[in-house]
Design a protein around this ligand. Sequence first.
Ligand SMILES: [Zn+2]
Length: 346
Amino acid sequence: MSRPGRRDRKVHQPGGREESKQMSETALMETTPMAPGTSGEMTTIGVILAERLYAGLIVDHEVSGKLLSSPAEGVRLDADDENSMIEMPTDEVIASICKLVVEVAKGHNGPIQAVGVALPGLIRGGVVEEAPNLPQLKGARVEALLSKGLEAQGLHVPVNLVNDADAVAAGLACQHGKLDHHIRVWTIGTGIGYGTYPFAEGVWEGGHGVVTLDDKENYCGCGGRGHLEGIMGHRAMRLRFLDMEPEEVFAAANRKDPDPRCLDFKKLWHKALAAATASSIHFSGAGRFFLTGYNVRFLDMNMLKDYLHQMVKMSPLQGYALEVVEDDRVTRVIGAAVAAEQSVGR
Ligand SMILES: [Zn+2]
């Protein structure tokens, strides 16, 4: 399975996407949003943006059938693309999402109550206010654009945007049967996401939390100094080690005779995560933290726990737990759908 940000992906261009000829058929499809609880089951569509777009029909918090993707799984992505959307203009991103949602909806006869879309970045009121890793979306009124795009194809359904890390938290809460618990999650990938569940109004860009006062720490994609993502993010690691891939850095740090520069960085990486987690604990209390994303493979849990132990000393705050969970796109798609489902009820 290819993962975002890997350079070893085979070179090919994603240009050959097929135009869907099913639009006119689906244009006849009418869906009526329903208040939750008026029917036995809730049918929604969840969409995520990973190295491709993925979408699935979610019935009662489970994926019904297969996730669809755009570009389709068979289409290879550019070798250096962290994802296929990174240079895609906003209107194309919107069109791709609409097309995929319509495709998913096509296979379903009943009403669809909501469409949930998870995107990286700071999202408020259906607008992507900031997205360091997808800069073209900054300021885009994505919720309104998607509603309009879907309506044009006969799909009248409320659309809800959610931060992708919050979608992971919601998906995990759902899959672990903890929809009523407070959950926090770090997503460790191209960027660093910090998600919480239950949903709440506000901003928690935990990935951009300040974890060092070192003036030279300025690798974060947002331009901010001393940020967690500027140390742990995949892109930031590439900027720091221009001569080595992050995989090579950690391999050199974990050797019997470790490369001192790489070992120092491995320590910094873990200290940064411990610091950000400790800050969250000091602001919001102890509790469970999930760790996920394609770079949890670099995690040395003992090292993290050791640093965290040094940073959190007040005994009422020491009842925290850390748990690594599989980076699973199904979790994210479900989370996006759950967010949308709950927003219909708001
Ligand atoms: Zn930042």
